[in-house]
Design a binder for this molecule. Sequence first.
Ligand code: IPM
Ligand code: MN
Length: 366
Amino acid sequence: MKKSYKIAVLPGDGIGVEIIPQGVRALKAAAAKFGIEIETEEGLIGGAAYDATGSPFPEETAKLCAAADGVFLGAVGGPKWDHVEPSSNRPEGGLFAVRKLLGAYANLRPVFVFDTLAENAALKTERVAGGFDIIFVRELTSGIYFGKPKERREVNGEIVAVDTCAYSVSEIKRVAHKAFKQAMMRKKLLHSVDKANAMETSRLWRETVAEVAKEYPEVTLINMYSDNCAMQLLRDPKQFDVILTDNLFGDILSDEASMLSGSLGLLPSASLSDTHGGLYEPIHGSAPDIAGKGIANPLATILCAGLILRNVCNCPKGDELVFGVVKSILDDGYRTIDIAKEGDTKILNCKEAGDLVVERINAATV
Ligand code: IPM
Ligand code: MN
């Protein structure tokens, strides 16, 4: 079994540069517990890369990522770059480029609630307590984010902006397979979310998912419109297990669902590819409002370290260790400010949270 892995580390912008070092420390500490060596090399992406090189995804970063076993990314973007032209040079262009380069078409976003944080959730405790455990499988390298044309043009003397939503059968099939495979490992329940009452891509999505479903007769498939899904997530999150959806709906619905867990700062994601070890990033953004203060919550990023161990290093026990340590810290009442309530006293800043995680990983018996 391979025991040494190269991870490309792309901190990016804003709080990315604060949380990523904590994630990397946790990754190395947990890997070491299982005799796995992690070699990291940093690269520039997003606004930081644009400032240094004129591109949000320089060639050097592309080479680093392509050669790595996995890519660990912080966050990109910030008001400083909101008006960069052309728009493909904005920090988010770097994110789209790395997703595309790696062929990371299946973005897995688990949304769960730590029992001890059930009161933090945006819903009444009884709706979330006792747990819900949802995994979004969001299509990540196609749809309206990538379709061409994507442009502004003048029509009848005024400016018209166009984005194109396009999906091919093969793009839908491959992500659907990933979702059905998740469902087979879980409760064998899959909600496929689309807007087939309004969109042609959604009608093709629905037909194609129905075809793929024939290969997974044990899985119950429920089709749901995206507007209804937005409502159902708040009404009764426990009805869901695996949610398969396209790039744009997946972006919006997963942010909504994150509030069921109390904080965007707790949720990791893995973007899987058939040709590369994939991309691992927290689902939150660069949080320019708190960047530079050292108070960001690194736990989502630390949970990504667990997903790297599971998916890149073939070490699910490493993921369980990281998850268990994060849970123990929360159970013991430690909080970063985004999840703190009045009266909480064990408040950790970003580095302190990382310190505590590493300390507990090192002390664990595996
Ligand atoms: C995400 C982010 C990105 C996305 C933004 C930064 C372009 O919101 O990863 O969910 O929409 O994909
Ligand atoms: Mn998003």
